[in-house]
Design a protein around this ligand. Structure first.
Ligand code: NAD
Length: 248
């Protein structure tokens, strides 16, 4: 436990697992008050039990504007203002574009793109001067990996929004950046693929990665916290945490 982020407040969408949970853990351990969101009440309760009393949980679907309005009202009551907003909730979808259905396309964009856009819109009024917003993109948005067309395009849209939001929020002293994780072993793949397909996908990602491994949620969390709080002369950028796979 340290006090690096005491007096700080943060909201993390999709904060009950994976990268979002690791970010919540890092911030709570450093003294911040954190609101995490997600769709599963059970997962949220389990997460807050692990995080302790400085973590609050709200069941909120980022694809629902009324849920986001309710989240903003809750955050206003509980935190007042927000120093860091982590737009992290997301789903993967792996499918050849030829067999992608309209439903799959709409679900991916509703959560990963529309959800992110309106999360920022609804919570922006609560952001403090000097606050940091971090949008979670993906290495996929600059790669042409098969079966990722819908997911990668949505993440590319987020990368673009980081630039536009940056210029609109700069007059309030708010910075907006994106973080682009490479492969991170969080279970997200298993949520949308069979175990066999996930194992094969993971083996391919390790083989192509210059560091020959997956990243950890904690490695991404450290970069998230840096962008939100410490990178005070940085806005509109995309910070890559991917073992070098998109750079070397
Ligand atoms: P994860 O599945 O553990 O986390 C995603 C979280 O988002 C979950 O808690 C989930 O419940 C939540 N979520 C999903 N849909 C939601 C909705 N409609 N409303 C609210 N919450 C919702 O996986 P993760 O790997 O930690 O993913 C976090 C982010 O990182 C995602 O945006 C993902 O696209 C991105 N990312 C992950 C990887 C990776 O390899 N794990 C790589 C690049 C980018």
């Amino acid at each position: 436990m340290n006090e690096k982020y005491s007096e700080k407040s943060a909201v993390i969408t999709g904060g009950s697992s994976g990268i979002g949970f690791a970010t919540a853990r890092l911030l709570v351990d450093a003294g911040a008050r954190v609101v995490i969101t997600g769709r599963s009440r059970t997962a949220l309760v389990a997460a807050t039990e692990r995080l302790g009393s400085n973590a609050l949980a709200v069941r909120s679907d980022v694809a629902s504007l009324s849920d986001l309005d309710a989240l903003a009202a809750y955050v206003r009551n509980e935190l007042g203002t927000v120093d860091a907003l982590f737009v992290n909730a997301g789903i993967t979808s792996a499918m050849p574009f030829a067999s992608t259905t309209e439903e799959m396309y709409d679900e991916s964009f509703a959560i990963n793109v529309k959800g992110a856009f309106f999360t920022v819109q609804k919570l922006a009024p609560l952001l403090s001067t000097g606050a940091g917003v971090v949008l979670t993109t993906s290495a996929a948005n600059v790669m042409g990996m098969p079966e990722t067309s819908v997911y990668a395009a949505g993440k590319a849209a987020l990368r673009s929004m980081a630039r536009s939001f940056s210029s609109e929020l700069l007059p309030r002293g708010i910075r907006v950046n994106a973080i682009s994780p490479g492969p991170v072993d969080t279970g997200i793949l298993e949520n949308t693929m069979s175990k066999e397909a996930a194992d094969q996908f993971k083996a391919e990602r390790v083989a192509e990665n210059p560091m020959r491994r997956f990243g950890t949620p904690e490695e991404v969390a450290r970069a998230m916290a840096f962008l939100a709080f410490d990178a005070t002369y940085t806005t509109g950028t995309e910070f890559v945490v991917d073992g070098g796979v998109t750079q070397l």
